[in-house]
Design a protein around this ligand. Structure first.
Ligand SMILES: O=C(O)CCC(=O)C(=O)O
Length: 336
C-alpha cells in the first residue's frame, strides 16, 4: 500500500512517455527472446531467422543484402526521369519550400539544394510499388511485426537528406505508435561520401521523449519541441556505442525499428547522388485510414502478401494494369 502510494507519487512528479504495453509488437516485449526460441524449436522459424530476430531485438535494425533486383531499381529511376519531364500529379517535399506539386516545382537543374524527395511515388510507378512491397521485405516485416503489414508512405531521394537525428514514430503517426518500421532501399551504392543513413544501434531502447502530457507524438504544435527532442536524442546516444553509417550496395535494404535514432549523414561530395527509396511500414491493425484522405474509405492494393493504399487524388489514376511488367525489365509505359 505504502509502496504503491510512493510509486504513484513518483510517477506524477516525473511524467514519462511510454508505448502502450498491451499493443507492443512481440519483439519489444520482455519475453521476446523466449518466444523466438519457442518458435525456432517448434519449427515455425529457421535458425537464421531466429538470429535475425534476436539481432532486431537488441540492435533495432536488420540489413538484407542484395535483396532487390537491379533491373527493378533501374525501372524505378526511368519512371522518375519521366516524371520530371511529364510532371504528373505527384507531391514533392523540398527544403525551405515544404510540400508542393511536382508540376509547380522548378526544373531539377535550377533547384539550389539537393534535399528534395518525391512523395509516395509508388502510386505512380509500378516498379516503385514492387520494390516497396518486395517479397523479401514483406516477409521480413511480417516476421518482425508478427502480423500482416501495410506500407504507409514512401519517399524517393536522389541525394543524401542530411536529416537531423530523429526517431520516426513521433512524426509518422500510426494509430499504434509502436507499430512502425522504416525501410531503406539503396538504389545505388551509398556510403559516408554521398551522405548515407546514419544510425545508433540499440537506440530503439532509450527512454522515450515526452512531447507534453506524456505523449510520444509530435503534434505539429511547437517547433521548439523538435529542438528539445534533438538535444535529448543526442544526449541519450552519447551513452551508446558509436553510430554506424550504412555502407550499401545497389539492392541492399536496411529495416529499422520506429524508435531507432537515425538521420542522414553529412554529404562529403555534394555532386554525388545517393538514390534511395524509404518506406514507413506499420501493421494493418495500426493503420486503418489513409493519411492523405482520412475521410474516405481506403482502397487497398495487395501485393506479395502486404498491402498499400491507392492514392485518391484528383487527376491521379492508379493504373496498375499498364505499368512496368514482371521483373521491371520492360520500359515504363504509363502510370506517369
Ligand atoms: O535517407 C535519409 O537520409 C534519412 C531518411 C529518414 O531518416 C527517414 O525517412 O526517416
Amino acid at each position: 500500500m505504502i509502496t504503491s502510494f510512493f510509486q504513484k507519487f513518483l510517477a506524477q512528479r516525473k511524467p514519462k512517455a511510454i508505448f502502450d504495453a498491451i499493443t507492443l509488437p512481440w519483439l519489444d516485449r520482455s519475453d521476446a527472446s523466449r518466444q523466438i526460441e519457442r518458435k525456432r524449436t517448434a519449427g515455425e522459424i529457421s535458425d537464421e531467422e531466429s538470429i535475425m530476430l534476436n539481432h532486431w531485438r537488441t540492435e533495432g535494425y536488420v540489413a538484407l543484402r542484395s535483396a532487390v533486383e537491379e533491373p527493378l531499381i533501374d525501372a524505378l529511376w526511368r519512371d522518375e526521369e519521366r516524371a520530371w519531364k511529364e510532371r504528373p500529379a505527384c507531391k514533392i517535399l523540398s527544403e525551405g519550400v515544404g510540400v508542393t506539386m511536382l508540376s509547380d516545382c522548378k526544373p531539377k537543374e535550377e533547384l539550389t539544394h539537393h534535399h528534395y524527395r518525391l512523395m509516395d511515388f509508388h502510386n505512380l510507378s509500378e516498379a516503385g510499388a514492387k520494390i516497396m512491397m518486395h517479397p523479401t521485405i514483406v516477409r521480413t516485416l511480417t516476421l518482425l511485426f508478427g502480423e500482416p503489414i501495410i506500407a504507409m508512405q514512401s519517399l524517393l531521394f536522389e541525394y543524401g537528406s542530411e536529416q537531423h537525428l530523429h526517431q520516426d514514430f513521433p512524426y509518422v503517426h500510426a494509430e499504434i505508435p509502436s507499430h512502425l518500421i522504416g525501410g531503406w532501399v539503396a538504389c545505388e551504392p551509398a556510403d559516408a561520401e554521398n551522405g548515407s543513413l546514419l544510425y545508433y544501434p540499440g537506440s530503439h531502447r532509450i527512454p522515450l521523449f515526452d512531447f507534453g502530457d506524456g505523449s510520444v507524438l509530435y503534434k505539429n504544435d511547437d517547433p521548439k519541441k523538435i529542438d528539445a527532442f534533438e538535444v535529448y536524442l543526442q544526449e541519450q546516444c552519447t551513452k551508446l556505442q558509436k553510430p554506424l553509417i550504412l555502407d550499401a550496395k545497389k539492392g541492399d535494404v536496411l529495416l529499422w525499428h520506429g524508435a531507432l535514432v537515425h538521420g542522414g549523414s553529412l554529404t562529403q561530395n555534394k555532386e554525388r547522388t545517393r538514390r534511395s527509396l524509404v518506406t514507413h511500414y506499420s501493421t494493418k491493425r495500426a493503420y486503418t485510414k489513409d493519411r492523405r484522405s482520412y475521410d474516405k474509405t481506403p482502397i487497398e492494393i495487395h501485393l506479395n502478401g502486404g498491402t498499400y493504399h491507392a492514392w485518391q487524388f484528383p487527376g491521379h489514376e492508379e493504373k496498375r494494369d499498364k505499368l512496368v511488367g514482371e521483373g521491371g525489365v520492360e520500359p515504363p509505359t504509363a502510370g506517369l
